[in-house]
Design a protein around this ligand. Structure first.
Ligand code: NDP
Length: 503
């Protein structure tokens, strides 16, 4: 017996145990009793208007938003036209001029604290809605999206009356009206990343949620009502890309904050060139998750799984390229495949679910196209046996081995539960391969050597680098990219700067 009650084995015996564990049979499907979260925590309206100036305006056109796990319609939602966007911008301008920009900063903080607390109080309701409309597992919306959304409002509430301290000798003041366009992968969290710093800095907002996931933003309007936020400080216009484009073009918008695809980000940058409007872009990624031979392998496997299958891989900073040191390739891939067999794919509202539904048919088609390209180009595909539901949009967790750097699956953002595995021999080769991408949003490094982590972090061209973990977020920590992953930072003190002017 060793200290603390642990049984000590001779080193050889431990290796033997390890070897056996890898060969032990894994059930093809784990049997879990269903554990569904209550869907009736959310009361959906049949039809939603546009939230402008504190009122619900009847939209001139509507579309139907659906549940991607069943393809069932959920509600009719406004498709805002350029004229309706103009109304929303007008309401935001009036609110900015009528007092929001000049009320005391501690008063602004009060509203942000209220919003944070109400989000906490209503977190189960929001989590269910986020899962119904977006397809993500309730475990994630409950344990990640909602706590982080509230945390962002708490965090920026704390900065609202400390701007002079955050930027000493620079006399910060708000910019004016911020147009904010968010994607469908983290609808409420991206809304929080954008609205919280904008309001803390004294700006007003027109927010456009993604076409496929408008409902949590519309429920958020009710949080604003509860918090008694003055009308027009936050306006929400739903619709497709044309609504976003109208917001970008609007002359009276002072700043655009966009999260989404690199393609649309580039078109926005072109549109705004020479206008003097401020812009921040948080775009795509093709992150390398790098595993050295001295890493704790089981821990690394959890990090790989979390890196790519979290939120069905609909994550801009997903660890979609796995770089494995050659000497541990076989044991690591063996462990990874075994772990993959235990992932439960299915009903997003079931608390046992690990991988939910793909957000839309369009995204499913894109994933299928890239996976077919990977097979054609010669990579070897592995998918664990799993039963996918018949209705809705689903894709099994997938690993590609034998991937060359030139393959599309190693170059393009798939934005789905698909991992491409490459190998390396030396740290320099790992850096070279990791940086061989037009993107530069994030990376992961797994090693027990602190010095190696620091050396790699110096050389990797990525805005966020995780060491011995992956996909960890904190409102105090700035997030953003290099190269085609965009520019500007969200989170932390850095996240305030794009919403401020300095005298
Ligand atoms: P988009 O970039 O089209 O969507 C992001 C947001 O921008 C949505 O609100 C969208 O509205 C809006 N939008 C679309 N066109 C315009 C425009 N011309 N001007 C202003 N706003 C616009 O992403 P998709 O949803 O089309 O996804 C395509 C790919 O982009 C994915 O497969 C993925 O690779 C990548 N992506 C990356 C994200 C990231 O966080 N880095 C997030 C989402 C997607 P609408 O929803 O109505 O189209």
């Amino acid at each position: 017996m060793g200290g603390g009650g642990w049984v000590r084995h001779p080193a050889g015996a431990v290796n033997e145990l390890d070897r056996k564990r890898d060969r032990a049979p894994v059930p093809a499907a784990w049997d879990y009793a269903p554990a569904p979260e209550a869907r009736d925590l959310v009361e959906l309206r049949e039809r939603y208007g546009l939230f402008v100036g504190g009122n619900w305006l009847e939209p001139s056109e509507t579309y139907t938003t659906i549940d991607p796990s069943s393809e069932e319609p959920l509600a009719e939602v406004g498709q805002a036209t350029a004229e309706e966007v103009d109304n929303a911008v007008g309401a935001a301008r009036a609110a900015f001029d009528d007092g929001w920009s000049s009320i005391s900063p501690s008063e602004r903080a009060k509203y942000l604290f209220r919003i944070a607390r109400i989000l906490q109080e209503r977190s189960r309701e929001f989590a269910v809605l986020e899962s119904i409309n977006g397809g993500k597992p309730i475990r994630e919306s409950r344990d990640v999206d909602l706590p982080l959304s509230a945390a962002h409002f708490f965090y920026y509430a704390g900065w609202a009356d400390k701007l002079e301290y955050a930027f000493p000798n620079r006399k910060p003041k708000p910019i004016g009206v911020a147009g904010q366009i968010v994607p469908w992968n983290f609808p409420l969290l991206m809304l929080s990343w954008k609205i919280a710093p904008a309001l803390a800095a004294g700006n007003t907002v027109v927010l456009k949620p993604a076409e496929t996931t408008p409902l949590s933003a519309l429920l958020f309007a009710d949080v604003l009502r509860q918090a008694e936020l003055p009308p027009g400080v936050v306006n929400i216009v739903t619709g497709d890309g044309s609504t976003g484009a109208a917001l970008v073009k609007h002359e009276d918008v002072d700043k655009i904050a966009f999260t989404g695809s690199t393609e649309v980000g580039k078109s926005i940058q072109r549109e705004l060139a020479g206008t003097g409007k401020r812009l921040t872009l948080e775009l795509g990624g093709k992150a390398a998750n790098i595993i050295f031979d001295d890493a704790a392998l089981d821990q690394a496997v959890e990090g790989i799984i979390n890196g790519i299958y979290f939120n069905q891989g609909h994550v801009c900073c997903a660890g979609s390229r796995l770089l494995v040191q050659e000497s541990i390739y076989e044991p690591l891939i063996g462990k990874l495949k075994r772990r993959l067999q235990t992932l439960r794919v299915g009903d997003p509202l079931d608390k046992n679910t690990d991988v939910g539904a793909i957000n839309s048919r369009q995204q499913l088609d894109k994933i299928k196209e890239l996976v077919a390209a990977g097979e054609e180009e010669g990579a070897e595909i592995y998918q664990p046996p799993c039963r996918l539901p018949e209705k809705g949009y689903w894709f099994a967790p997938t690993v590609f081995t034998d991937v060359a750097q030139s393959y599309r699956i190693a170059q393009e953002e798939i934005f789905g539960p698909v991992l491409s595995v490459l190998t390396f021999r030396t740290p320099d080769e790992a850096v070279e391969k990791a940086n061989n991408t037009p993107y530069g949003l994030s990376a992961g490094v797994w090693t027990e050597k602190g010095s190696r982590i620091l050396a790699m972090a110096q050389k990797l061209r990525a805005g966020v680098i995780w060491a011995n973990t992956y996909n960890r977020f904190d409102p105090a920590s700035p997030f953003g990219g290099y190269k085609e992953s965009g520019f500007g930072r969200e989170g932390g003190r850095h996240g305030l700067e794009p919403y401020l002017e300095f005298e």
